[in-house]
Design a protein around this ligand. Sequence first.
Ligand code: FAD
Length: 438
Amino acid sequence: MLNFDELEKGFTEEEALAEAARCLKCKKPLCVGGCPIENRIPEIITAIEARDYQAAIAIINANSNLAIICARVCPHNDQCEGACVLNRKGEGIQISKLERFLAEKEMELTLNQMRDKIAIIGSGPAGLSVAAILAKQNYRVTIFEAQAKAGGVLRYGIPEYRLPNEVVEKQIEVVRNLGVRLETGVVIGEDLTIDQLFAMDYRAIFIGTGTGLSRKLEVDGESLPGAMQAIYFLGTVSLIQDGSLANRPYPVLPGDRVLVVGAGNVAVDAARTALRLGAASVRAVDIVPEKERRASDKEYDEALHEGVSFTFETSVTQIHGEDKLTGVTLQKFTRQLCGRESIIRPLPGSEERIACDKLIIAVGQKPFARIVSTTTGIKTNERGYVITENAPFYGMTTRAGVFAAGDVVHEPKTVILAMREGRRVAEALDSFLRSRDI
Ligand code: FAD
């Protein structure tokens, strides 16, 4: 039976040098005229004879960027090789095989310059930064991302009206163009473990998995239809908008009365998104006083301007509904000094029952334990954040060769902080691998 093995074999170095020596280096080279892109064939062959392969490759690359392909599939007999004057005396120069020899040499040289394989888990700002920095240093970088698309909170958290997905997409393209491979839909800790990644020859691993697990309100009824976490709400809206969940209805419908719990930036993004989906009213409550709210002044002012109402020192103490959410009980909270400690306590008699159709909970996030629970040696603090070193390798976890940065280490903060830490960790990771090589 015929097989699909490549028919033609390439030149060895010795054969290439012998073939190059046969070339007459014609003053008026017919081969150049025969080549549709006018490759400077005699110059290339002269450089091969001098064993200056880099120079020969540079001459080819000036005209062609698919030499390794053209060497195999061009109709050489009708082009450069067919035009060679040596055909008249016997056998013309096998230009295609010289081209192939050079193209393979180039690939070998390029691959030899490539450094170790590094796995990045998570494609938020921390992972993207580390990936870009290390790819520029010739490391072979693969990002493993649990979601179907890359970007982390930039794509699935921050709403379109503040950061269009198109912009995120362009930024990711820039990172890809540096040679970074992106494997989406792969959950590390489920589909692959850290130990498996090491067994796949990744010499170092970076964890930039953020804080995807929402904190609960710890009030009965949180799982009633109509009640949802802000991260889920924002992520679902984003997926519907980008067509991934095109047939699903939005989680907030026109006319809904929405109550948001929390007044941080995530809560404000959720409240403003609910308004954009046509909610009849959006009210946000937070247990802290107004001046202690976590939302930035800009976000808060814009939300007020758009029609979100805020009530402070108030939280939800009961969730009502049988098959679906129908309302909540709100209660006032006050701060009382208890010795040296200040404790927030509910104010008896301040309960107020209100009707609402949707409840969006935004009271904080923390990291998932999927990775640390499926491998050994990576310690976390009591709240689940990954512990990292300051020295000798900044950002290394308690397991050698595994680094971490971003929200999964320093708690939910900002994009710029995730990036800054990513940069520091990328530098340390490079030093770690160099020290191992020595
Ligand atoms: P993330 O951005 O959370 O990325 C983590 C990635 O890891 C995700 O893509 C996730 O899917 C992936 N992942 C998790 N586990 C796994 C696994 N096991 N396997 C594979 N992949 C995994 N900051 C600002 O500076 N300005 C803002 O305006 C702003 N607005 C915000 C709005 C919202 C709604 C939220 C939630 C946050 C906002 N932040 C803002 C905070 C900022 O987005 C985060 O601090 C930043 O995204 C953290 O980056 P990261 O790379 O550490 O994590």
